[in-house]
Write a protein that binds this ligand. Structure first.
Ligand code: GLU
Length: 501
């Protein structure tokens, strides 16, 4: 019969949660979602949100990723109450450094304690020996685990260099109540004595986390389900060190549409790449919140404030959350629509500046007015509005309405030009332009006037209404573009005569 540890929620402590990313890559969308749920939980409970950089993997950890993680969180507006400061290399807070590589002395103290109390021991077995042992166990149909050779000190191998430090793992049943998954039970007898450090100066992930969560007084550990199997191991270490066990909440995995693991082949997984692609931080926050949680009611479009009011950790689903790029794009278009024209102006003028495109405020505001509802991403704006900035090149034959001849096109363009020229700059609104054009539409057809003019102003087969374009580019530019079209027609006609003569 297994002995068992049952973890009930501990005494009510002030809420302190943490995001503990390893700076071994860009800020992953899954990590950003973990950050959001921690942040919401902290804000709802008057708690603290802590950022801790878990760089125990020396080979893979890089400073540039630390920076990217912090930049990503700042962009999302998920500010942390304790932790490193962006662009400041070393920072010591109430709990010392928030970078694990700078906390070695803390881990060392606890490792030594475990060794002194014989709750941990040096293991001298070599990789080759362990591998041979593993194969033998598999051959016998057993699930492989360390056989405890060095724990029992039978035939000690201490004439060799110690390889690692192992934890004396009790063969107990470990039970805890997860806020998302409910009661979870693990069988500790399957673990074997786990490696918790390479040596006193080099602790491994599971051990460093346990020490930090205790030292930093973490009340709730909210993290991805990929860490679920680490939890019983961490609980065993907490017991051995006489630490309190935090309350756990494991967030569902994020999956591709076919329910496979989310990969770069299916969708972009780096948060900041979405910023590059013209997504708003508010849309990403909204999208991430819906990866595993849903508010009551049908309304899905929410800002951070609304999410803070509605979020309920107990309503997070257990099953995997499917990542839909289409939904993200739809949410982005909704968040763009919800921006005021002034807000959109600030975002877009910065974008245009980056691309060295000059635009007057008034002109940009007019474009925003007509394009806002058609934008899926911020990056759509420039290609969607380029014709207002610069007339694209086009062929004269595009100006022809149905089977009209070029001289007929010219006549029609001259009529439009005449109508426009009569107007003043001031009265150059879409409505007035339409009225002026309508007055020159003769009995034949509106298309005869509107089609060539639309092409003349846009250079495109499909574009907004010419009166609308005219009102944005203004009287002068409108006249210039019509004259250019007339010139095109004349040149084409002359060329033709040249060729035929
Ligand atoms: N450092 C771990 C990771 O990046 C997270 C650890 C934890 O949340 O306990 O996946």
């Amino acid at each position: 019969m297994l002995k068992s540890y049952t973890m009930n929620p501990g005494p009510k402590k002030p809420v302190r949660v943490r995001l503990a990313p390893s700076p071994t890559g860009s800020l992953h969308i899954g990590t950003a979602r973990t950050a959001l749920f921690n942040w919401l939980f902290a804000r709802q409970n008057n708690g603290k949100f802590i950022l801790r950089l878990e760089d125990t993997d020396k080979e893979r950890s890089e400073k540039k990723f630390e920076k990217e993680i912090q930049e990503g969180l700042k962009w999302l507006g998920l500010t942390w109450d304790e932790g490193p400061i962006l662009n400041q290399d070393s920072y010591l807070g109430e709990f010392g450094s928030y970078r694990q590589s700078e906390r070695i002395e803390v881990y060392k103290k606890y490792l030594q304690k475990l060794l002194d109390e014989k709750k941990a021991y040096y293991c001298y077995c070599t990789k080759e020996e362990l591998e041979a042992e593993r194969q033998a166990m598999i051959a016998e149909g057993l699930s492989p685990k360390y056989n405890g050779h060095c724990r029992n000190q039978i035939n000690p191998k201490s004439d060799r260099e110690p390889q690692v430090i192992r934890f004396v793992t009790s063969e107990t049943k470990i039970e805890f109540t997860d806020l998302v998954r409910g009661k979870v039970i693990f069988d500790g007898s399957l673990f074997g004595d786990m490696v918790i450090a390479k040596n006193l100066e080099t602790p491994l992930y599971n051990f460093a986390v346990v020490v930090d969560d205790e030292e930093m007084k973490i009340s709730h550990v909210i993290r991805g389900e990929d860490h679920l199997s680490n939890t019983p191991k961490q609980i065993l270490m907490q017991k051995a060190l006489d630490f309190e066990t935090p309350i756990y909440a494991h967030l569902p995995l994020i999956l591709a549409a076919d329910r496979s693991k989310l990969s770069k082949r299916y969708a972009e997984t780096s948060l900041l790449d979405y910023r590059e692609k013209g997504y708003l931080s508010s849309a990403l926050l909204n999208f991430m919140a819906l990866l595993g949680w849903h508010p009551e009611g049908d309304e899905e479009v929410m800002n951070l404030q609304e999410m803070t009011e509605k979020f309920d950790i107990k309503k997070i689903q257990k099953s995997g959350a499917v990542f839909s790029p289409e939904k993200l794009t739809w949410l982005n278009s909704q968040h763009i629509k919800n921006l005021s024209n002034q807000e959109l102006f600030s975002i877009l003028s910065a974008e245009l500046k980056k691309k060295n495109i000059l635009a007057e405020k008034e002109f940009l505001l007019k474009l925003i007015e007509i394009e806002k509802n058609r934008l899926k991403t911020i990056n759509d704006f420039i290609p969607q509005t380029s014709l207002f900035f610069e007339l694209p090149d086009y062929e004269a034959k595009l100006l022809k309405w149905k089977d009209e001849t070029l001289p007929e096109v010219e006549t029609s363009l001259l009529k439009s030009l005449g109508a426009v020229e009569k107007m003043s700059e001031k009265e150059f609104t879409a409505e007035n332009i339409r009225e002026a054009l309508d007055s020159v539409v003769d009995s034949t057809s509106r298309g005869q006037i509107y089609w060539p003019l639309r092409v003349a102003l846009s250079g495109q087969k499909a574009s907004p209404d010419p009166a609308e374009i005219g009102s944005i580019i203004g009287k002068k530019e409108t006249e210039k573009r019509i004259k250019l079209a007339i010139e095109k027609v004349t040149n084409t006609r002359e060329n033709r005569y040249d060729q035929s003569s």
